[in-house]
Ligand binder design. Structure first.
Ligand SMILES: Cc1cc2nc3c(=O)[nH]c(=O)nc-3n(C[C@H](O)[C@H](O)[C@H](O)COP(=O)(O)OP(=O)(O)OC[C@H]3O[C@@H](n4cnc5c(N)ncnc54)[C@H](O)[C@@H]3O)c2cc1C
Length: 821
């Protein structure tokens, strides 16, 4: 075995081999893969080989598309057939919500260029002659279907071998029967990887160990939130009806998915493979895969599968006439949100994860492609936040992951409503006033483990969501919350915000080199600052307040605690000690937003700090006493575009401050405001949200954030790329759209935008109903030529093209008079 390599990939499943292949293809040929048994020995050998292009995520959708395209080309490149049967994929719908889901997906598919067709029942029958279209409660009538003509199924082992050939022909090396048993840092900062066959030193290590992800993570001291769940499929004997159909010249049937009954069905040697996603499938190996497991499978559990088998037999009567040959029950890696973990591990430099794949045959190509891009170029080519391992935090305890993964597994086929909030492993992380909020009617959602009120049910209204792709039961109540904030005053509990304190003589210049804006130099000033990628895309958004000499308070999105914290920590210079101190104080401070025209009156009853415009102007902060609470960072900023303050307080004062604010506001009409009203309010102000509207896919120039970019200050990451873009012309522009003729389905993000001639010109990144303006709104990016105020465009919402007009930025109060009031 070699003793040194640029990259060591641990794990010889399809994902590890694809990573190796893509590294070699990018020119890093001094790369090695170590596999404890033989290639495909993990989950890969027993996978059913389906390659569904369907995925609701903009990122994962792009990865799957790349894979399908790559797999078609691999045989010609490598000489190894991969048995890619391009049968197409047919997903049935038996209710309107399901059709809405497909139509929502189609918007995403259109933005990333995945071909699909929405078809009716008679076309379903033409494509799939052995189907029963249904007409009773047991076999509901098919109302339509989503058809992908370009995907199908593949032989996972052949695919792995083709990738292996492609990697080895470029110089990559693979060592089987070689188990990684330990790792250490060398004095030079490389990795010393110990195996049962000796040691190898590497600059980078990639973990692609499938079901072993947790124990591999433990070697590096990290808690990887991936635990496998049992997944079964049934292999049937030959089907006489299928045989007759094929012998009569019928083409191979498309992979069939009856989503409303949670199963897939495909042809296999004149018989069938039936794969349900059933309730009750247990998580396995939470403490690691035992040595004896190797290439074993679990005992099949037919009882669990039975309801799905019966549903499938009703839908495809030909199934009833064939016997069961085998049940394959294997571990399938899962994560709490069902998406894989692709990207840098937290805490350690040059440690990468390509783990947690539950559709790993489908995602292997795309994940290898982007991870290789990230390792070699220093950043991925597309926005990978949805799969970045740092989207999870320390809250992913073993029991949390077990519960969530079991829930995610049994929900693979549920309708993915945009406002869905799943119930398991909750509440986990709560703000101190959680119980009070619950008593006030809060309907909670969960983000980064935190419970956050989405809306508040008034007395007499059931505190429960009815999930939908359209306006739903909470529409009116969310509207009332938004209107209260514009008319009187409201409170939003934003305690989950990520909060760091940066101090020391080197703090200012270090922060300044990380962001495009100028870090505030005067005590009390606040600046919105963006950390960019080397290509100029937006990686993070920080609100930076200068609290004192050499002391900064850095606030970012609640869901970015690990993502931002890890970045900041890794960006500290080697000589930081004594010069720059970085502290994560997220959970030691709470945050209430107090906003609305009457917020000054409310707050002034609780503090001696002068709150008038001269003493406390917009975009400034002061440390104040509020009620009984000392050391409150009062910041005159907010995300709703109203007069108001954020109160960042020592967490132990949460109850006191909350009660005091409510009491002081009683005569001013104070009330609670949830996340959905905040969404409506920020849309009316064209405020861009990190993670959806602000991503590495767009530069701050495209995002219309030019005023937060100081090209004339010193160097910062991404500056060169911005200069190039300025010289070449900014290709896209951020816009706010009013959408016309909306009946009950507002844009929500990921809708394609067309010009009036029907040409795709951009995509919406968010959308909502602006309750105060009384307009349906979308924000997003279009080709620069289409971005002028007043331009007529079209936006596709649930399959319908709606007229839309480009509005001025910040259609509510464009002069920011409310903020400065
Ligand atoms: C029944 C079933 C059906 C499925 N059907 C489909 C499907 O139709 N389509 C689809 O896309 N996906 C499917 N999947 C999921 C798919 O199998 C996995 O997502 C995919 O195989 C994951 O590949 P991987 O390379 O990440 O992991 P694995 O294939 O599990 O490979 C990990 C490798 O790492 C090795 N390893 C672990 N620890 C070490 C160590 N310390 N040192 C060296 N080597 C180590 C293991 O031996 C193993 O070979 C199915 C899964 C199951 C269980």
């Amino acid at each position: 075995m070699k003793t040194h390599a640029r990259v060591v990939v641990i794990g010889g499943g399809v994902v590890g081999v694809s990573t190796l292949y893509h590294l070699a293809r990018k020119g890093w040929t001094d790369v090695v893969l170590l596999e404890r048994a033989e290639l495909t020995a993990g989950s890969t050998w027993h996978a059913a080989g389906l390659l569904p292009l369907f995925n609701m995520s903009y990122t994962v959708g792009q990865l799957h598309k790349y894979s399908v395209d790559l797999y078609k080309k691999l045989p010609a490149e490598t000489g190894q057939d991969v048995s890619f049967h391009v049968t197409g994929n047919l997903r049935l719908a038996t209710c309107r919500d399901r059709m809405d889901e497909y139509q929502k997906y189609c918007g995403t598919a259109n933005t990333i260029g995945v071909p699909f067709q929405i078809i009716g029942p008679s076309e379903v029958r033409d494509l799939w002659p052995l189907i029963d279209l249904g007409d009773d409660q047991d076999t509901p009538k098919i109302v339509g279907a989503l058809y992908h003509p370009d995907d199908g199924h593949i032989a996972p082992a052949d695919l792995t071998m083709a990738l292996r050939k492609g990697a080895r022909s470029r110089g990559a090396e693979i060592y089987e029967q070689t188990e990684v048993i330990g790792v250490k840092r060398t004095a030079s900062g490389e990795w010393l990887v110990s195996t049962n066959k000796g040691d190898i030193v590497a600059e980078h290590v990639v973990c692609a160990t499938g079901n072993y992800a947790r124990q591999t993570g433990r070697l590096f001291g990290i808690n990887v939130p991936s635990i496998p769940v049992e997944h079964q499929y049934i292999v049937y004997d030959e089907s006489p009806e299928l045989k007759t159909y094929r012998q009569n010249g019928g083409r191979e049937l498309a992979v069939l998915r009856e989503s409303d009954k949670s199963y897939y069905l495909r042809e296999e040697r004149m018989g069938w493979i039936l794969g349900p996603y059933e309730a009750g499938a247990p998580a396995r190996f939470a403490d690691g895969v035992p040595d004896w497991f190797g290439k074993s499978l679990f005992e099949g559990d037919l009882d669990r599968l039975l309801p799905h088998v019966e549903a499938a037999m009703r839908r495809v009567p030909a199934l009833a006439t064939c016997g069961i040959k085998d049940i394959v029950n294997g571990p399938i890696a899962y994560t709490p949100d069902g998406s894989p973990l692709i990207g840098p591990a937290w805490g350690e430099r040059n440690l990468w994860l390509n783990e947690g794949h539950s559709f790993g045959i489908t995602a292997a190509g795309g994940s290898g492609w982007q991870l290789a891009e990230w390792i070699v170029e220093g950043e991925p080519g597309i926005d990978m936040a949805a799969t970045d391992p740092r989207r999870f935090g320390p809250y992913t305890s073993k029991r949390y992951v077990v519960k969530k993964n079991e829930e995610t597994y049994r929900n693979v086929f549920v309708i993915h409503f945009p406002d869905e909030e799943r119930a398991d492993a909750r509440p986990a992380k709560t703000s101190p006033i959680y119980d009070k909020l619950a008593r006030m009617g809060a309907v909670f959602g969960q983000r980064y483990g935190w419970e956050r009120p989405n809306w508040f049910a008034p007395a007499g209204v059931e505190a429960k969501d009815r999930w939908s792709f359209r306006r739903s039961n909470y529409f009116e109540h969310v509207g009332n919350e938004a209107k209260r904030m514009r008319r009187d005053v409201g409170i939003i509990d934003l305690s989950p915000f990520t909060k760091h304190e940066v101090s020391g003589p080197g703090a200012e210049s270090w922060l300044d080199g990380l962001v495009a804006n100028k870090v505030p130099t005067k005590i009390g000033r606040i600046a919105l600052c963006h950390a960019l990628t080397p290509r100029g895309g937006i990686r993070s958004e920080f609100t930076i307040t200068k609290l004192g000499d050499e002391r900064f308070y850095v606030v970012s999105a609640g869901a970015a605690e690990r993502y931002d914290g890890d970045y900041l920590r890794k960006m500290l210079p080697p000589d930081a000690a004594g010069r720059i101190e970085l502290r994560n104080i997220t959970t030691s401070r709470g945050c209430f937003v107090l906003a609305g025209p009457k917020s000054r009156a409310v707050l002034s009853a609780l503090t001696d700090t002068a709150l008038d415009n001269t003493a406390f102007p917009w975009l400034t902060g002061q440390i104040a006493e509020v009620g009984l609470a000392p050391d409150v960072y009062l910041m005159r900023v907010n995300f709703v575009g109203a007069l108001g303050w954020e109160l960042h307080f020592p967490i132990e004062y949460a109850h006191h401050l909350f009660d005091a604010l409510l009491a002081a506001g009683a005569d001013h009409g104070i009330g609670m405001v949830g996340m959905r009203a905040m969404e409506s309010l920020r849309m009316e102000k064209s405020y861009r949200m990190w993670g959806t509207d602000l991503t590495p896919d767009y530069t701050p120039l495209e995002a219309g954030l030019d005023r937060f970019v100081r090209m004339n200050k010193g160097d910062f990451i991404g500056k060169e790329a911005l200069a190039k873009q300025l010289a070449a012309g900014v290709p896209h522009r951020f816009i706010t759209l009013e959408v016309h003729d909306v009946l009950d389905a507002d844009p929500l993000g990921n809708e394609p935008i067309y010009d009036t001639g029907g040409r795709l010109v951009g995509r919406a990144t968010s959308g909502y109903y602006g309750h105060v303006l009384g307009k349906s709104l979308a924000i997003g990016y279009v080709a620069s030529a289409c971005a002028q105020f007043g331009t007529s465009l079209q936006i596709e919402i649930l399959g319908e093209r709606r007229r839309a007009t480009v509005l001025v930025d910040s259609p509510y109060d464009p002069q920011n008079q409310d903020l400065r009031a």
